[in-house]
Design a protein around this ligand. Sequence first.
Ligand code: ADP
Ligand code: MG
Length: 258
Amino acid sequence: MAVILEINHLTKKFGGLTAVNDFSMNVTDDNIHALIGPNGSGKTTTINMISGVLEATSGEILYKGQSLIGKSSDEISRMGIVRTFQNIKLFDSLSVIENAMVGGHAFTNVKMTESLLNFKKRAEEEKMLREKAEEALNYVGLYDLRNENVKNMPYGKQKMLELGRSLMSDPKVLLLDEPAAGLTPTERMELMHMLEKIFAKGVNLFLVEHNMDVVMNLCHQITVLSFGVKIAENDPTGIQNDPEVIKAYLGERYNKRA
Ligand SMILES: Nc1ncnc2c1ncn2[C@@H]1O[C@H](COP(=O)(O)OP(=O)(O)O)[C@@H](O)[C@H]1O
Ligand SMILES: [Mg+2]
């Protein structure tokens, strides 16, 4: 077991509001780790700080011992920490494969200016990107739909494409913000199998999720936030039986039949 992400006393203030308050947590490589809690409890803000989208007010974030504080989101994604968004961010006017290719663009060796000046390099780059995108789409089961326009695809497939695109950069850690939101039960099953497959090939997973079916069946370690404060951390059984978690969160929404 190795610590992948170490968060120490992380705090984020928006004016007078403390969205994340003195939060500490370790994500280890042997666990799929979930962050749960009521709406507004600071989950997305936490992912935003880890991925460099937001600057922390104070505290520490370490990736394999190396500080991420002060690094840009580009630098952090180049280190292998890649996130998806709570609201899908795909290009409606592009095809499935083009959307996947966009995800890999920042990671090719040819600089944009150079590639614009050098058609040969640009063609090579595009060929490489296309092959990589085909591979990623094949991995997530979307190869046959590669030439479809994304806006014609069901929401579940769009979310799968977003996941496929995130694989384009060969991530070491995926940060997923509500990957199951809006999915049908069948799509949720597909997502869980896909995430298990991705974890099994050695990609570390940290997800924010509301769907308790996904949280309890997929994840091994769960951290609970309430009003920006960590109130519990345990395995699924421990979390389901934690009176404080039931009071703050699960009581209102968790149904074991779900
Ligand atoms: N950019 C921002 N500016 C001001 N307040 C924000 C911003 N982002 C989030 N917040 C506030 O911080 C709190 C935590 O939000 P968020 O992290 O999105 O919660 P969650 O993802 O757990 O639902 C909320 O009260 C939210 O309104
Ligand atoms: Mg959120």
